[in-house]
Design a protein around this ligand. Sequence first.
Ligand SMILES: Cc1cc2nc3c(=O)[nH]c(=O)nc-3n(C[C@H](O)[C@H](O)[C@H](O)COP(=O)(O)OP(=O)(O)OC[C@H]3O[C@@H](n4cnc5c(N)ncnc54)[C@H](O)[C@@H]3O)c2cc1C
Length: 441
Amino acid sequence: MIDPNEARKLPVAHEVDVLVVGGGPAGVAAAFAAARRGARTLVVEQFNCLGGVATAGGHGHICLYSVWGGGARVVGGVPYEMARRTAEAGYGAVTSSAADFEVEGMKLVLEQMAGECGCRLLYHTMFAETLVEDGRAVGAVVQNKGGRQRILARQVIDCTGDGDVAASAGCAFEVGDAETGLCQPVTLMFTIGGVDWGRVKAARTSYELADVWKRAQERGDMRPFQTKIMGFWWTPTRPDQVGINFTHINNVDATRAEDLTAATVEGRRQAYESIAVFRKYVPGMEQCYMVSTPNTVGIRESRRVAGEYRLTREDVMAGRSFEDSIGWGSFFIDIHNTKGPGMDDKVWRPPQGFKYQIPYRIIVPKGVENLLVAGRCASCDHEALGSLRVMPQCGVMGEAAGVAAAMALKDGTSPRGIDVGRLQDELRGQGAIVDERGIVA
Ligand SMILES: Cc1cc2nc3c(=O)[nH]c(=O)nc-3n(C[C@H](O)[C@H](O)[C@H](O)COP(=O)(O)OP(=O)(O)OC[C@H]3O[C@@H](n4cnc5c(N)ncnc54)[C@H](O)[C@@H]3O)c2cc1C
């Protein structure tokens, strides 16, 4: 948190109603929801696109919109709209469960959606410090090519994934597994071309191709950094390309540039090593080549900001309902091994049809007014995050934050004090699904 007297010396670059820091799945949903309610809204984003892990992180696959195992759709509103519109524009495919898309196409569609609702964008700008006065967030100090400057805001929404804004404002937070403090590994996605997808599918004996990596490692063709494919993301609109979720780097603190740099260098090395293995061992990939690595390593876990409620593993596994529900989660407890390759022993696979509600209180941080924290950095434990962190659910939290911030402005209160029943009505009114009533069979 910067000293207010020091901050006042900095020029004011923008003055807005709602400042959204971070333009990932949570940030776009927050920003579009606020802007659609007439709030002057600005998104500050360090990279040159909206979408976060889905675009800058190169991960062209979003799931789950449905209950676990597929079927009834439990996520609507902006998170589903961004996938549906990307598919309708010809850049991918969407079902009631998941979306597979070209990351470049999604970048374009999200900017179109921002333009339609008058949401302003400020790319190439790094959040630096939160402006706090009398316990209220009143904006942020940012840094870009124009130097250090202030953005003044009546409401601030932290969608950085890492809780940068809340941490700077002095909010309490947790990091990693409660026993070890370790976070999930990071992954540098990469996209390859020259793939004969039909042959890959036909030859794929197991989803994870675990036998292939085992053989390659036994023969010295690959370092033992990974034992399973975590995702081959293919979409019919670019049939010879596949996005690969495979690299695996442990012991990364995503809030340290030194760690992110080392992880990126190691991730790119693993990606090129993998391509050599694909060519040699995977039918249909003999001619594959690197198309791209993304702007950033994908972060699965860093800060979780203490909120009015902390969602737990028990809540998730029990499929709990909450009176202040803002939407549904339904993904398994997906925890990648924090100490080595593969998956963690804390993984939990739910029964078919599984779902649980996400309470509003997990995006309301303790201690600071006029601040909301949506997405991966919301209030939960390490295991609940394994499920809650997926993009539809980050979008659910973001959309609720955007609506809540706009309501707070209108009602002259802080998001902590809004009428949650009205928030739920407003969310329903724009296609979000907050309870059993809205579920699309
Ligand atoms: C490798 C990998 C695979 C995954 N697989 C899936 C999957 O199959 N399906 C699924 O739905 N989800 C998946 N996830 C989870 C999901 O992608 C993330 O948890 C989700 O994107 C988090 O959304 P978010 O908006 O909270 O954060 P992010 O997507 O991380 O977005 C945060 C945004 O804030 C910006 N930002 C951060 N700090 C600053 C700052 N200081 N200043 C300015 N800008 C800043 C970032 O550049 C970014 O654009 C995966 C994640 C990873 C890493």
